[in-house]
Design a protein around this ligand. Structure first.
Ligand code: AMP
Length: 205
């Protein structure tokens, strides 16, 4: 099954993506994670992408498309995959259609006004990628591996506001794009993690 998960920054996409991939045993292909790995590894692509990411802007299409194309050509993606953070605009969606087919596009429907606070309180583990809310980790430590949790550079309030603007302008129109193709499933993303997950599993049946 080739899936996409869409939703505004802070909608809980990453958390739900990890649950879906575990249940269906498919790889989680997150362009944000792939870009952050390139930055951490100091690659040329990472160097080019960093300034865009720090500003909450989209990385140029050609860089992200090359990254995505290489990733889904890997052997583990033969059995299906879940795309998280790609496509981010119509041009990327059109290119994706020339590379592969998509069975279902899940859209986490959220209240954008509530997301700034949700993201400003997000804490992530720089070692294992675990993500949580500051209130759920009062000791500031990762529940999975014990490392010190950090605030992602692009989760700072001004950057978050810009990421939401970028989302509304570029990414929200993809909801109509996949609706027109008949593969869109809308999910209420303002529920608890478990309830969102149950709604997703019902939509994938
Ligand atoms: P994410 O982890 O999906 O929120 O992505 C973090 C940042 O990576 C975004 O704010 C963009 O700067 C960049 N990024 C991730 N995926 C894409 C994409 N498909 N196209 C352009 N930029 C992207």
């Amino acid at each position: 099954m080739n899936l996409i998960i869409m939703g505004a920054p802070g909608s809980g996409k990453g958390t739900q993506a990890a649950l879906i991939c575990k249940t269906h045993d498919i790889p989680h292909v997150s362009t944000g994670d792939l870009l952050r790995k390139n930055i951490a590894d100091g690659t040329e692509l990472g160097k080019q992408a960093k300034a865009f990411m720090d500003a909450g802007a989209l990385v140029p299409d050609e860089l992200v498309i090359a990254l995505l194309k290489n990733r889904i050509a890997e052997a583990d993606c033969k059995k299906g995959f879940l795309l998280d953070g790609f496509p981010r605009n119509k041009a990327q969606a059109e290119i994706l259609d020339t590379i592969t087919h998509i069975d279902i596009a899940l859209n986490l429907d959220t209240d954008l006004n509530k997301l700034v606070d949700r993201m400003a309180s997000r804490r992530v583990c720089p070692v294992c990628g675990y993500s949580t809310s500051a209130s759920l980790a009062p000791d500031g430590k990762c529940k999975e591996c014990g490392a010190e949790l950090i605030i992602r550079d692009d989760d700072k309030r001004e950057v978050v506001e810009n990421r939401l603007k970028v989302y509304e302008k570029n990414t929200a129109p993809l909801i109509d794009y996949y609706k027109a193709k008949g593969v869109l499933k809308n999910i209420d993303g303002m529920q608890s993690i478990d309830a969102v997950n149950a709604a997703i599993e019902a939509a994938l049946k």
